[in-house]
Design a protein around this ligand. Structure first.
Ligand code: HEC
Ligand code: HEC
Ligand code: HEC
Ligand code: HEC
Length: 201
């Protein structure tokens, strides 16, 4: 009886963890990798001595890659909102996963998650995807919802120092896997709900 109750409690605790389960066990739980020091947050964040000038107590070396955007040549610094640039610091394959905390590593992102530096085969992000565009073309209002109901846009600063709202990686993904919408999406994409939050189709 006692054993049975213990099992019951363990099961309930396990289910609770799964229900609120977010980053643990996700593609961003690096704690099993030899280079992670058994920690989850550390490759991305640090409580002290974070990188100067970056948001979110960032601890990972930042990409400085050149890209091929939908609209021509671009760079990490010029064409992306800062959160997307944080993502690309592992996902463009130019900076090692284990380059954090001031160390230079040698383990790179696996092929399936490596977006590379050519964005012409990816959903437009950053300078390619103002939301809404400024100036707003006449066709825009019929093609897009004025304000997305469930997803956010991010701020990209153009070469003249003017801020624009754009589609970024965090428009569609949550790096902590909040909500468990595979693959780490901000909302479920069942019946393409994520896409229809912006596109009128
Ligand atoms: C793979 C990299 C990565 C890992 C691992 C990671 N984070 Fe984050 N975290 C981010 C990014 C990128 C942002 C910015 C997200 C955004 O603006 O939407 C962020 C933002 C945050 C924020 C700011 C508020 C928010 O929720 O967006 C907090 C707090 C945070 N992370 C805590 C943690 C903690 C605690 C851990 C470990 C349990 C962790 N993160 C693991 C990448 C990571
Ligand atoms: C510290 C390096 C690092 C950073 C920073 C990082 N990622 Fe990842 N990401 C990874 C690795 C490693 C994987 C797992 C790849 C694998 O195992 O195939 C991954 C996996 C993913 C996946 C696939 C998850 C799945 O379930 O298949 C998505 C989506 C993703 N990352 C999005 C993001 C976004 C969006 C950001 C920024 C908000 C980000 N990542 C920041 C390293 C990183
Ligand atoms: C418009 C929404 C959207 C944006 C913006 C977006 N993604 Fe995704 N991403 C998705 C969806 C949806 C999937 C799942 C695709 C599928 O299952 O076929 C995905 C899949 C992924 C995967 C997993 C690839 C795989 O096949 O395992 C990674 C890694 C990833 N995205 C990273 C990123 C990064 C980094 C950015 C920013 C440069 C980004 N995404 C921007 C919607 C988006
Ligand atoms: C935050 C709003 C938003 C979300 C969510 C979103 N999109 Fe988009 N999408 C855009 C914007 C902005 C553009 C660029 C429009 C332009 O300037 O031409 C775009 C462009 C596109 C294009 C045209 C690309 C090209 O090369 O011409 C396709 C196709 C597309 N999106 C499909 C999707 C799909 C599929 C999803 C869901 C996985 C999705 N979008 C989610 C805003 C969004």
């Amino acid at each position: 009886m006692k054993t049975k109750m213990m099992t019951g409690f363990a099961l309930i605790a396990g289910m609770a963890a799964a229900a609120s389960g977010q980053i643990v066990g996700s593609g961003h739980d690096f704690s099993s990798y030899a280079w992670s020091d058994g920690e989850i947050c550390k490759p991305c964040h640090t409580p002290h001595f974070a990188m100067a000038g970056l948001p979110r107590l960032w601890n990972h070396e930042l990409t400085v890659a050149n890209y091929t955007m939908h609209e021509g040549a671009g760079t990490a610094a010029d064409d992306f909102d800062i959160v997307s640039r944080l993502c690309l610091s592992c996902h463009d394959g130019t900076v090692a996963l284990d380059s954090f905390g001031g160390e230079t590593g040698g383990s790179f992102i696996p092929a399936g998650a490596n977006l590379g530096t050519d964005f012409t085969n990816d959903h437009p992000v950053g300078s390619d995807a103002q939301y809404p565009p400024d100036p707003q073309p006449s066709w825009w209002a019929g093609a897009f919802h004025e304000t997305p109901a469930n997803v956010r846009t991010d701020t990209w600063t153009d070469g003249s120092g003017v801020d624009h709202q754009v589609v970024g990686c965090a428009t569609c993904h949550n790096p902590h896997n909040r909500g468990n919408h595979d693959p780490m999406l901000v909302i479920s994409n069942s019946a393409s709900a994520l896409c229809l939050d912006c596109h009128i189709k």
